[in-house]
Design a protein around this ligand. Sequence first.
Ligand code: TEU
Ligand code: CA
Length: 550
Amino acid sequence: MDFREQVIYQIYPKSFYDSNNDGIGDLPGIIAKIPYLTRLNIDMIWFNPFYVSPQNDNGYDISDYYAIDPKFGTMADFEELVRRLSAHNIGVMLDMVLNHCSTEHEWFQKAVAGDKKYQKFFYIREPKANGDLPNHWTSKFGGPAWSSFGDTGKYYLHLFDSSQADLDWHNPQVRQELFRVVNFWRQKGVKGFRFDVINVIGKDEKLQDAPAGIDNKTMYTDTPIVQQYLQELNQATFGQDKQIVTVGEMSSANIESSIMYTRADQHQLNMVFNFHHLKADYQNNQKWTKPLFDFSKLKKTLNTWQLRMNQEGGWNALFWNNHDQPWALSRFGDPINYREKSAEMLATSIHLLRGTPYIYQGEEIGMINPDYRTIEDYVDVETKNAYKKLLKEGCSKQQALAIIHERSRDNSRTPMHWDASPKAGFTKGQPWLRPTGQQQINVAAELAHGEIFNYYQKLIKLRKTYPVIVQGDYHPLNLDHPQVFAYVRKYQRQVLLVFNNFFAQQTVFKIPLLYQQQPAQVLISNYHLHLTTIPSKITLRPYEAVACLI
Ligand code: TEU
Ligand code: CA
């Protein structure tokens, strides 16, 4: 099936289902939940990393690319998972973390032991003559991007945690090794790949600081050579199989590069995740601030990416949630007063845009940020660093915690709520991250009397029924409306109008003359709205979403 037609579900294995009660989700646990997964009618599942890893960054610090971490299961479990899912026409998408590996990886260990070949796998540099670090690049998780390379007096580069050493993609031997990894998993029947932070693999060869006034990130983000390396990766691995789905994870990618990364004639990737729309509640573009939702910014960002990717031949990955983000429902919806309606509105607004939609585990039951009260509840390395930094910058513990509460990546990493029991039906042991709120929000309750899961099922079914959802061009509708995100999708003679009220206040939206009085049918509505013709204006109730086909 074409990547444009698919709906992809994301599983965070550590938090999905624990089959052996050690508190950590695992592959047999996922296999046990296949009956649940098939109910949604998804086409592919992206799994966060379960390779051998010391877990300093929850598996994004890989020490063996070719083996399953025993915490998660065995290679036989993996093979069974692939087999069982493919029997239901569900493909497996794996996370390829190729920008860096764990400092416990054999390559880094050999490098530290003095092996010249492997020293060339990493960015190892002398300090400046005055003893300063080789440059002023910073780690995404806080602090400098350099740590001491053993006791050599040199430093190695890490754009993330100090246990995640960046691999030098300029070295052809490194690229060969990484392509081998992709092919290994391809031969195991994997049907998709998500490439972690893949737009930062083309570092400035001299590792220089940016000229004064320019962000150092420009020295390693979206550099032209990334495209060349992606073409090489494509050719050496998945490019040989048109069925394989690829997505580049590039949180801050610019639009011009993203068009190139995803244009079919460029032979790079199928689509990219960018995170720009998820900065709509950042103050001064800073993550570690109290959220302040700027709806107009959200809309403008989504609109720009929709329009340009459409006009210039790119393709978007569509998503609100993943394991790096607090729940969109807690940020842009109303998890207290309108949990179901706002969850459905968010789902409608994203699924009917032009691109391939992703659903993060728990989104389909309307999960929300956990109610953590102390820093000890959190596990994530980025969160812990940010907390320390906030305290250092003068925040009180209470203020720092209030920010962490809204922003931590652990918000979406809590165990899946299967039922209302104290461990949420996730484990009988001690869960690695504490579930909260499962009494109200859980799979059993949702399937018994909730409406969100059914709504997702319906959205997915629509995508398989109406080509306009997959193929249609995107056009904005009255972008300036203060509460509504509305758009039109057009394909051949089909016209789809989509209205989403992002607020708890009722509002009126005027419909352009062109569409008024046209016979139409409601494809989906979270208030069971009925219409047979398009009115001149539509009144939208709190968090109301409606899509009409003309
Ligand atoms: O994330 C990369 C990334 O840029 C972010 O989403 C990052 O988590 C965020 O900016 C921190 O504020 C990917 C993975 O999804 C993430 O889980 C890993 O920690 C990271 O790469 C390093 O591999
Ligand atoms: Ca387990």
